[in-house]
Design a protein. Sequence first.
Length: 541
Amino acid sequence: MAKQTFIGFTQINPQLADFKNNANLILEKIQEAAKKNCDLLVFPECALFGYHPFDLLERPEFIDEQLKELDRVHKKIPKDIAVLIGLIVRNPKKMGRPFYNAVAMLEKGKAPKFFYKTLLPTGDVFDEARFIASGDLKKNIFKWKGRKYLLTICEDIWAWPENGVSAYRENPLLKIKKQKFDLIINMSASPWYMGKLDQRIRVARETAKYFKSPLVYTNMVGAQDEIIFDGQSFILDAKGKLVFKSVAFQEALNIFELKTLKCSAPASENLDPIEDLRRAIVLGLRDFVKKVGIEKVHLGLSGGIDSAVVACLAADALGPKSVECIALPGPYSLPESLDLATKLAKNLGVGFKKINIDESYNSLLKNFEKEMGDVAFGVTQENLQSRVRGIFLMAYSNLKNSMLLNTTNKSEFATGYGTLYGDLCGGLSILGDCTKAYVYELAKLYNQQSELIPKQIITRAPSAELRPNQKDQDSLPEYAVLDQAVENIVEKCAQPKNKVEEWTLQKIYSSEFKRWQSPPILKVTSHSFGRGRRYPIAFKK
C-alpha cells in the first residue's frame, strides 16, 4: 500500500515588508504542520514579502532583508517536510524587468528550488508588470516523493475565457502537455470583492477539469491599504467539484490526504452576502489601523445613516473603547439629529463628545464678508460649515493621535456630493465603495438582534443639514435610481441608458479632482474608486 501524502495549505495575514514577523508567522505554521505529520505545506503568494509591494521594489534593501529571512526559515525547517513560500526574487538576467513573483520550495539540507509566475495582472488594483518579469509555466512542473505537481501562482489560472472573452491573448496552461497531475497547486493573493469567490472557483474548476487533476487553492487573508484578502482557500477534485472550503477572513491551517482529498477541518459555510460585506469591512479597517500603527479612530456622528453605520463598523472592528464619536451641530442642524447621535453612541458604548460649530462658522463668515462684501447664501456658506467640522475633526486627530474615519458612500463619491477638506477628509473611507443601498442593508444587519441603530436614523430622509430643510434629494436623484446608475457607469463601465445615468456620468467627470484628494477607499466591489481606477482630471468632458 502506497504511503499516504498529507498536504497542508495555510492562509496567513502577513504585513507588507515586515519580513521578520512574516517569517516568524511562517515558521509557526511550519512547526504546527510538522506536528500533524504534514508532508508538503503550501503558503499563499508573496507570503514572505506581503502583497503587493508596488514601488517598494525600487528599494533593493527590501529584497536583501527578505532573502535573509528566507534563509532563516530554511535553516529552521524540520526534517521530513517540504514548504512552498511565496516571495519576490531578483531576475538574474540582464534584460527585462528586474524581479520575479516567485515561490521557493524549501527542504532541510537541500538547496532551494524556485518557480516563477507567468501571467502578470495589470488591470484594476494590479500593476505587476511594472517591475515583475514573466516566468515560464511549463517549468513549474515538479516531482516530489513519487508524486507529480503543477505549481501555479494566482493569475496563472485566470486566462480561461468567460462568455467567450479572456483578458489574455494566450492561456499558458494550454501550452503544457495535457497530462494528469497528482495535484495542481495555486498560491494566491487574490483580493476580495462581492462575487469574487465564484469567479475563483470557476477558473480553478476549468483548470482541474482540463488536466483531470485535483487542485488546491490557498489564498492570503488580511488587508493591505485599500485591498482586502479573504482567505477562503479550497480544494477541488479532478472533476472540478468543490470538496472543501476554508474559513473566510481568518487565518487557518488545513491538512488533507492527497489520494482521498479528505481534510482535517470541517468546511466553512457560505455567508449571507451582507454579513460577508460586514466581515470584509471590519477586517479591512482593523488591519489598516494595526498596520499603520494607530490605536484609536474617531468620526463625525451626524445622526444620519452613513455615520451611524461607520460607527457600528468601527466599534465592531476595534472595540468601543477605541472609537470616539463627535457631534458637530451647526446653525441648520435639527435637535433630533443630536439626540439620535447621542443615543447611538450610548448603544454602542463608544466615546462621545459635542462641539457646536455656530460661533466658529459665524466668525469665519464675518471675516470673509468683511473683505469680500455680503455673500448671498449658497454653496460658499454650506461648504464653510462642512470645512469647520473638518477642522475640528482633524484637530482631534492631532490631539489624540487618532485617525479620522471618512463617512462618505460610493454614490456621493461618484457625484462629487461632498466638500473637499470638509466631509471628504479622513484617513480611510470604509463605505466609499458601498452605494447607499448597501449602507441601509448594513444598518438592517446591525439591527437584527436589537435596535442598535435608532430606527429613526434609518427611516429619516438623508440630509447634510447645511441649509434650512435640506434633503440629499434636493441635489441628487433618488438614491435607488442613483445607486443603479453608479453600478452601471462605474462598476460595469456601461454606456448611459437614461437621463439619470447621463447626469451621473457628467458628475463623475467633473468631480474627479475631489476623488484624487480623498482618503483611501476599502475595495468591496469589482470596480472601486481609488488605486484601481485611474481617471485623469483634465480632459474634454
